[in-house]
Structure formats: structure tokens, C-alpha cells
Design a protein around this ligand. Structure first.
Ligand code: ANZ
Ligand code: ZN
Length: 804
């Protein structure tokens, strides 16, 4: 057959579409299988080869599942709110909606050209009002249940994008969007109380099938730590204590080694007792400097610690009764624990560096290190610690100290999380309006659900205000409203939701994408959920995965969804690097355009190549030679129609065929796509060697290849008179018995006399047989002192040595 992919590919895309071959059927009797890939942000640049790799894996599974008789849901949509469209809108003065719709069309067209088997009848876009209506609805449920709150805090603010960023969006002190430096700004911010779900998010990991590396990322992002809260006394040097100063420590066993305290520069106790502080000006100055630093700059492990000793105030160690100095230093953060620490320089390196700089005492309480050089953070025997002396490990020491703290009423056990509440707003236009109303009488009131969606009004100018306000604040007709509770004049919230909102529940909408009475029908959710397999990038295994699990767990707790976890299984793909081995980037000029590959070699080559290039989870460079290799393989596949002439199956191929069915079937399950394709390459060699094959052999082959190269295989199927669509045919079965190598027992003769036997696979060659015979002592003794002058070998039957 001539392989004309330019003709074949659009032809089959149309046929699949006409046959509605990929439509997921609600409530069908077949077992359901829900495969999900991360829906893209529809950028102006179109699809990236990374998208192709990310989607191709679940695509292969989905196509195989359909052939195996499953009712498959494999949907696609667009995460279409977000900053790039908005920034482009500002630049070109076009509405972000228009830009977004254009980009979505472009993406869809590209996805169709690659031949992905998505069920387009369930397409969604997070920026469409019929979708974000339900994003707002879920937000209002969270609000009703007390999981939404407003707080004034120092926020990460990007002066360039003019937005407040979550900690997650400003890692390393850089804006995730434009990479400029983030500054700290006091602002009123809406939060979602995700911390309330910290333990559920941790425990839920026990019940899902995620790779260990992904679970680990979730665990460390949540950052659960157990420790103790301990009250120190704040004094001005007189006998009477002024107040309590509470600290959080994971190492209460080191209480005898505490030689000073440190409080965060923003700590409220400073303001409360500022009359007692003799160097208040110095304190204020330090506080101002700290405010200019990002959390990252403050907590990074820098040796040079800065700080100011507070003159006029002291603290009392509640265990030793000793008075110790108090410092402020920016390595202590207000947002963790209590914003105050007990410093143990002998056993904490940050405290050690600080003590060295400020000349504070260092008292060893655990033996094992050399505290003249550095802090000792290991385990060991307790010393200088009165009641703990002689204990030899921190587990026992902590337990004992906790008992004492509780008995004396100076402390108690506690848990802390690194994860913070989710800053849930942006001062930008292109996002879901937050459905809240500020009433002077009633406070904050939710927009009544009957009024949803609260649609984005048109604005003339998408530019955010310089004061960090959303462009919506400039539209009086949007802002001014009546309070749903008291009917008085009120004002709407003008912030919008962050990009992560829409993607926190999209997998639920796919179960019932066109419902306008509910976010999804309960019975449909029961039928389709959970997602059986979710594949996506490693870059989304912290935030998106946590946020969506949080929303889902919340909905589950309130009986809106049937499963406690959204995704039964999550996997990830390795990065595709540029041909130069570097990360693909526009500036490096090493970006591969997938549609260019479709144009040159066809979609089937592209799809098979991204799965063949390396182990699926490994990062691997793009290789044009590799692409051409896959294309040559598909050319050979097309040529198989010429040799499919045999009437009766060649028995020597049977076991190879069954072995390949087994291998491809299993490898796809294990996401070992590269070895599955390699097995098909081996089989085609066997076919070629055999010279002729039956049509049935060919059908098995193209069925196995179909998920990878669906267009070419459909064409071959049609050419050889296959009925219906290959994509709707049955996945080949194998006979386990036939996948086993037959072993034969071969008699070995030396000079015509049988001298022994060897067990060999039926396939064994002359070399294999000779080797086995030479290794057999019963036989090789007849070779001693002789030369083998001739070997007579008949495959599977005779081995005869002629010796002299
Ligand atoms: C005394 C101590 C002795 C500590 C020692 C550690 C080692 P994780 O495990 O991350 O929870 N800490 C507490 N609050 C802090 C804050 N707001 N800013 C900066 N550091 C803070 O860390 C808990 C430890 O980090 C606490 O235990 C405290 O130092 C410090 F040998 O207390 B530790
Ligand atoms: Zn009111």
C-alpha cells in the first residue's frame, strides 16, 4: 500500500467524527473508564510537543480501552482564564474573550490534526459563563461553610503585573508570570482555608495510586510538623512578668540549651511594649528593611545573620528560670508557628550563625558534635539538661519534656503546617468575578445562587489600577448594587479569582458538561467518578493537584460528589528537551513545532515518536533522526499489505504473535510505550523474514499498533476488507500457553552414538545447541583429547558431532 499520510489522516479524522466513535455514553452497561489529561491554557503559540506527549499516553490507553470493551470518557477543554490573554488584550486593545476564542479554535484544529480521540461533545472552557457559573457556585458553598475569609496581611505583590501573588506563584521571590522581583505589600486578601484540609489531603494519599515522587511533593508542600508550643515570660527586668511570649519548637528536648529568643520583626509584642524598648528607632528601621525582602530572601540559608537586640526587654526560660536576651531577626517569619522562637545555637545552625555574629553563649546539651565549629543537629546523650541528663535519644527526651511542660502548664504538644491558606484573588479583569457583596449593614454577603453567573462586565480598558485594584472597580454599574439581605445600597467585590479556580473542578464538569441546573448530575457523577487515570506534568503535582483535591474533598464532605478523592491514579511524563539537550525555549531557538512534524511526516509518526523516544517518564532530547526512524517503520507497516497473501498461518509465527500481543498489552498498561513499539518493530522483522503472512496476522498487528498510529492502521484495515472501523474493533487476545517457549529434549550423538541429552528451546540455533552440549559433562568427556571436525544439526531434531 502506498502510504500517503496527507490523504489518509484527514480522511479518518472525518470518519471517526461522523461515526461519533469517541462519544462517551452515560450509564452504558459496559464498564466505564475515565481517562484525563491536563486541559491546556490556550496560548497564542498553539500546541507544544510537550502537550502531544502528555496527551498521547492517555490517548493510547483510551483507544486500547475502547477496543477492550470499555465505555471510555476521554474529554478535553480549555483553562481559558489567565494573564497572558489579558496582557495581550492590554497591548492590542482587543477583548481577551476574542483572543481566547481564537486561540481555542487554533488548539482544537491542531488537536484534530493529531487525531486525538477526545469526546468533543463535552468540551468546556473555564472562561465561558455557563462554566464559571459553577465555579462561582462552588465558591459560594465554600463561603457558606466558613472556608472563605478575608485578612489583612503582607502579600507578595508584583509591581510589574500589578497583582497580588500567592506564595506558590512567587517562589524564589520572583513573579511566576513575568519573573520580576516581588515586593511585600499590606493588603486585604480573600483566602480559602485549605489548611483546614491539611490532614485530609495528607491521609488521602494512602488511598490513591500516585508515584512515590508525586506523593512526596504533596507531603512536603503540606509540610506537617509536630512539636510543642512553649510559653516564655516577657519581662522588663523586674520580678513581675509583663506577658507571655509563646514559641513553636520541634525540639523541646533542647530547652536547656536556649540562650536567647528571636521574634519576627513584625511581631505584635514589639508594638505592645514599645514604651519599654529603649532602642525603638533601631527596631523600626530594621523592620522597614525586612519588609523590603521577600520570604525567600529572608529564609534562604545565608550565613550572615542580621538582627537587633531589644534593649529594655528580656525573656525568662520557663524550665531553667534564667533570663535571656531577645532579638528581632528576619530569619524568623511571622507567618509560621507563633512568629517567635527559642534559639538553641548549639543545635540549630541558623541560631548558631546568629549567636556567632552577636556574641551570644552557646551551650551544648547533646553530645556528639564539635560546637566550636558548627551546630550539632544529630542525636546523642543529653548533657547540661538536669531532668533529661543521661537520656540518649531525642525521641525519649522530647516525650519526657512534653510531659513536664504539660504538668507545669507552660507548654503543650502542637502541630504546624508549612502550607498556608490559599490567597484567592487577583486584581485583574480576565478571571471569574468573586460573587460577594459588601454591605455597610450586613457585612459580606454572597450573591444569591439564582443570580449566577455573575458575568464579567465589558470594560473599555483592561489595565489594572495602579493602587492594585481590579479594572472592575472602575465600572460603577458593576460595583453599585443592592444588598441581597437588607436591600440597602451595597458594593460588589471587584477582585477576580485566581487562574487555579477553574481547574480545581473541571474533571467533574466533564461528567455532565452541558448541565445548566447543576455543576453535574449526581447519577452521572456516580457513574463516571473517580477519574481512573490522570496524566500531567510534574510541574502541577503540588498546586493544581492539591487545590483540586481540596475542592473535591470539600464537595465530598458536603455530599456533592460520590468519591473522597478525585483521581484514582496520577502519572506524569518526562520533559521533551530540545535537540541540543536543553530545555525548549523560544530564546534558545530549540522549540519543535508539532504541527510542522505532522506536515512533514504525518500525525501517526509524531504520536508514535513522542512515545518511542524514551521511557515515558524520562527527560529526553528531540531527535529528527529518531522521527525519521519512526516514519520508516510506518512505511514498512504500510508495505505489509503486499505480503499478506498467505492462506494458512505459518506455525513458526504463531508464538511470536502471541508473545507480542501479550507484551504490547502489558506494556501499554505499565506505560512502557517505547518497549511496546519496539516489540512491534521486532515482529515486523519476523514478518519480513517469513516473506508472507496471513491477513489475520496483519489484522493482529495493526490492532496492536492502532492506538499509536490510528490513521495508517485504519487505512490498512479498510484496504484488506476489514469490516467497520478498526478503532471500534476488538483488542486481540493471546493464548498464554502459546507465549511460552516450547522446550525440547534433544539427543546428542558423538560419532553416531547417543551420549546424552540437552534441554533446549524449540527456537535454539546450532550455536545454542553446541554450547549446551559442550557444557554437559556426560557429553563433553567424549570430546577430551579429540578435535570436533564436523557438526550436523537439524533444528529441533538432531545434533551430531564427528570427532577425531
Ligand atoms: C528550637 C530548636 C532547636 C529548633 C533545634 C530546631 C532545632 P519545622 O521542622 O520546619 O517545623 N521555627 C519555629 N517557628 C519559626 C518561624 N516562625 N520562623 C523561623 N523559624 C521558626 O521547623 C520548626 C523549627 O523551626 C522550630 O524548632 C524553630 O526552631 C524554628 F536544635 O526550636 B526550633
Ligand atoms: Zn445588607
Amino acid at each position: 500500500m502506498k502510504y500517503n499520510f496527507k490523504k489518509i489522516e484527514p480522511k479518518w479524522q472525518t470518519k471517526w467524527n461522523e461515526a461519533q466513535a469517541f462519544k462517551a455514553v452515560d450509564f452504558d452497561k459496559r464498564p466505564k473508564w475515565y481517562g484525563l489529561v491536563e486541559f491546556p491554557y490556550p496560548s497564542g503559540a498553539g500546541m507544544h510537543v510537550g502537550h502531544i506527549k502528555a496527551y498521547s499516553s492517555v490517548e493510547v490507553l483510551a483507544r486500547k480501552r475502547r477496543m477492550q470493551g470499555y465505555n471510555v470518557l476521554f474529554p478535553m477543554g480549555f483553562d481559558s482564564f489567565g494573564l497572558p490573554a489579558e496582557n495581550y488584550a492590554i497591548k492590542t486593545n482587543t477583548h481577551p474573550h476574542l483572543i481566547t476564542e481564537k486561540n481555542i479554535e487554533h488548539f482544537k484544529d491542531q488537536m484534530r490534526q493529531v487525531g486525538f480521540s477526545f469526546d468533543w461533545s463535552r468540551e468546556i472552557a473555564t472562561s465561558h459563563a455557563d462554566y464559571y457559573k459553577w465555579t462561582q457556585w462552588i465558591f459560594l458553598q465554600l463561603f457558606d461553610k466558613g472556608l472563605v475569609f478575608r485578612a489583612k496581611t503582607l502579600v507578595n505583590y508584583c509591581p510589574h503585573c500589578k497583582v497580588v501573588l500567592s506564595n506558590e506563584d512567587s517562589q524564589g521571590g520572583k513573579c511566576d508570570i513575568c519573573h520580576s522581583d516581588v515586593v511585600q505589600l499590606p493588603k486585604d486578601v480573600w483566602y480559602l482555608r485549605i489548611t483546614q484540609y491539611a490532614d485530609k489531603l495528607l491521609n488521602g494519599l494512602d488511598d490513591v495510586d500516585y508515584p512515590e515522587s508525586i506523593k512526596q511533593q504533596q507531603v512536603s508542600w503540606i509540610g506537617r510538623s509536630t512539636g510543642a508550643f512553649v510559653n516564655f515570660e516577657l519581662t522588663d527586668g523586674n520580678a513581675e512578668a509583663l506577658d507571655k511570649l509563646e514559641i513553636y519548637t520541634t525540639r523541646c528536648d533542647t530547652l536547656y540549651g536556649v540562650t536567647f529568643m528571636v521574634v519576627a520583626p513584625e511581631h505584635p509584642a514589639l508594638d505592645k511594649y514599645k514604651d519599654k524598648i529603649e532602642n525603638w528607632d533601631e527596631v523600626l528601621k530594621y523592620r522597614e528593611d525586612a519588609a523590603k525582602k521577600t520570604e525567600f530572601q529572608r529564609t534562604q540559608l545565608v550565613k550572615d545573620k542580621t538582627g537587633v537586640k531589644i534593649e529594655g526587654l528580656k525573656a525568662t526560660n520557663p524550665i531553667t528560670g534564667k533570663q535571656i536576651p531577645i532579638f528581632i531577626a528576619d530569619y524568623v517569619m511571622m507567618g509560621y508557628g507563633t512568629g517567635a522562637i527559642m534559639a538553641v545555637p548549639a543545635h540549630d545552625q541558623r541560631d548558631y550563625d546568629f549567636a556567632k555574629t552577636f556574641g551570644v553563649d552557646i551551650v551544648e546539651v547533646i553530645k556528639g558534635g564539635d560546637i566550636s565549629k558548627e551546630a550539632y543537629t544529630g542525636d546523642g546523650e543529653m548533657v547540661n539538661s538536669d531532668i533529661l541528663n543521661g537520656l540518649t535519644n531525642k525521641k525519649d527526651s522530647i516525650a519526657k519534656m512534653l510531659t513536664v511542660l504539660e504538668e507545669r502548664g507552660i507548654g503543650h504538644k502542637g502541630v504546624q503546617y508549612k502550607m498556608k491558606d490559599w490567597a484567592f484573588n487577583r486584581q485583574r479583569y480576565w478571571g471569574e468575578p468573586i460573587p460577594l457583596i459588601h454591605c455597610p449593614e450586613c457585612g459580606t454577603v454572597g450573591v444569591p445562587v439564582e443570580e449566577l453567573p455573575l458575568t464579567l462586565p465589558d470594560v473599555e480598558n483592561f489595565e489594572p489600577g495602579t493602587d492594585g485594584q481590579s479594572p472592575l472597580a472602575k465600572i460603577d454599574s458593576f460595583v453599585n448594587c443592592t444588598c441581597p439581605k437588607c436591600g440597602g445600597a451595597a458594593k460588589r467585590e471587584t477582585d477576580t479569582m485566581p487562574q487555579w479556580a477553574g481547574s480545581s473542578w473541571y474533571f467533574l464538569r466533564f461528567c455532565d458538561a452541558n448541565n445548566d441546573a447543576a455543576f453535574a448530575d449526581q447519577d452521572k457523577l456516580k457513574y463516571w467518578m473517580p477519574v481512573d487515570h490522570y496524566n500531567g506534568g510534574m510541574e502541577h503535582v503540588t498546586r493544581h493537584l492539591l487545590y483540586s483535591r481540596f475542592w473535591h474533598q470539600f464537595l465530598y464532605d458536603n455530599k456533592f460528589v460520590p468519591t473522597p478523592e478525585p483521581y484514582a491514579k496520577r502519572t506524569y511524563q518526562g520533559l521533551i528537551l530540545g535537540p541540543d539537550g536543553e530545555k525548549m525555549s523560544k530564546s534558545k531557538g530549540n522549540v519543535i513545532d508539532p504541527l510542522n512534524i505532522v506536515d512533514l511526516y504525518g500525525a501517526d509518526t509524531l504520536r508514535a515518536y513522542v512515545l518511542f523516544m524514551s521511557d515515558y517518564t524520562a527527560a529526553a532530547p528531540w531527535s529528527d533522526e529518531g522521527v525519521r526512524g519512526v516514519k520508516r517503520f510506518l512505511d514498512r507497516v504500510a508495505g505489509l499489505t503486499d505480503i499478506a497473501t498467505l492462506e494458512k498461518e505459518d506455525p513458526s509465527l504463531e508464538s511470536k504473535l502471541h508473545k507480542t500481543i501479550k507484551k504490547v498489552t502489558d506494556d501499554i498498561e505499565r506505560m512502557k510505550f517505547n518497549t511496546a513499539i519496539a516489540a512491534l518493530m521486532t515482529l515486523i522483522n519476523d514478518f519480513t523474514k517469513a516473506g508472507a503472512i496471513t491477513k489475520d496476522d496483519l489484522v493482529v498487528f495493526i490492532k496492536l499498533l492502532h492506538p499509536f498510529a490510528p490513521h495508517l492502521t485504519e487505512e490498512i484495515y479498510e484496504e484488506i476488507g476489514g469490516e467497520g472501523l478498526l478503532t471500534l474493533s476488538e483488542w486481540p487476545e493471546y493464548d498464554e500457553e502459546k507465549t511460552k517457549d516450547a522446550v525440547i529434549n534433544m539427543g546428542v550423538q558423538v560419532n553416531g552414538k547417543v551420549r546424552g541429552n540437552v534441554d533446549l528451546p524449540a527456537e535454539a540455533t546450532q550455536d545454542d545447541a553446541v554450547e549446551a552440549a559442550k557444557a554437559n559433562p556426560a557429553i563433553n568427556k567424549f570430546f577430551e583429547g579429540k578435535n570436533i571436525v564436523k557438526v550436523i544439526f537439524v533444528k529441533g531434531k538432531i545434533l551430531n558431532f564427528v570427532v577425531k
